[in-house]
Design a protein. Structure first.
Length: 277
């Protein structure tokens, strides 16, 4: 299944869509973090596409033909083990990009990328991305900072699966989905949540039932509504807050006016804390 090219933005007086009309601030955090001139040049070689449910954007070990900058929805990054089910190791959305490894001069995709929640994205060919990377250091720095964040997220996910309960992990996953999509309510099933968490469906059903009885969520026929976000954050594992802190430190929202320290080695991450609930 492939992504569908779509038109976005308002129509200009000439009847055509200008690049400036096609995107609004914070549609994609990585793009919005770029200097205006670099941002405009990058968008000029991008096309808006729809991220269709379960679409495979790239396969592990194969050459990446395009890069994606999501503006809505979520993409699951999975490692493929021979003879075993795919295991999700990270998830990305409007805060980042798919294809950051191209900034390292590596064409082969390290992971399988599958659309786990439909939305939209900016897409450009790998050739066009390499050309833009070679033109200046701003895009290179953003891509490398994002690769650092992905590495942190993957490390956190490994510890999270080992240390935290299914209920706390489910709360974290729902919060991550809320952060990455504008769709309300969330269109999910217990089966898809179980696949993402690497847990049994019955375990997810029981955990979701506890969250529902506590008045944090409501679920009916594939539609999940978060009723109490602060409450959901309070029962989520510490990994959610840790990921948010790393995001704010290395790739803050440009509208906040926060300067970013460009020396990754100065960051000290706190390990996930074990929870008894």
């Amino acid at each position: 299944m492939r992504c569908k090219t779509v038109k976005r933005g308002r129509q200009a007086h000439s009847g055509e869509h200008s690049v400036a009309d096609l995107v609004t601030p914070a549609d994609n955090l990585l793009i919005d973090s770029l200097p205006p001139a670099v941002r405009t040049r990058l968008l000029a070689v991008c096309e808006p596409v729809a991220l269709l449910p379960h679409a495979i954007l790239c396969e592990q070990g194969q050459r990446s033909r395009a890069a994606y900058f999501p503006t809505d929805g979520a993409i699951s990054l999975m490692t493929v083990v021979a003879g075993e089910s795919n295991v999700e190791v990270a998830r990305l959305g409007p805060e980042g990009m798919l294809g950051a490894h191209l900034a390292l001069g590596i064409s082969e995709s390290p992971l399988r990328a599958v659309v786990c929640y439909p939305g939209s994205a900016w897409r450009l060919t790998s050739v066009a991305l390499r050309r833009e990377l070679n033109r200046g250091s701003a895009l290179q720095r953003c891509c490398r900072r994002y690769l650092y964040l992905l590495t942190c997220q993957q490390a956190t996910s490994v510890a999270c699966e080992r240390l935290h309960t299914i209920g706390a992990r489910l709360a974290r996953l729902l919060l991550m989905l809320c952060d990455r999509t504008r769709t309300r309510p969330l269109l999910v099933t217990h089966e898809s949540l179980a696949l993402t968490l690497g847990a049994r469906r019955v375990s997810v059903t029981m955990a979701a039932g506890h969250l529902s009885r506590d008045g944090l969520i409501t679920y009916h026929r594939g539609e999940l509504q978060v009723l109490d976000r602060p409450g959901l954050e309070s029962v989520a594992c510490s990994c959610y807050a840790a990921d948010r802190l790393e995001q704010q430190r290395w790739m803050p929202d440009p509208r906040a006016g926060t300067e970013v320290d460009l020396v990754p080695g100065s960051s000290m991450r706190r390990p996930p804390q074990r929870r008894s609930t």
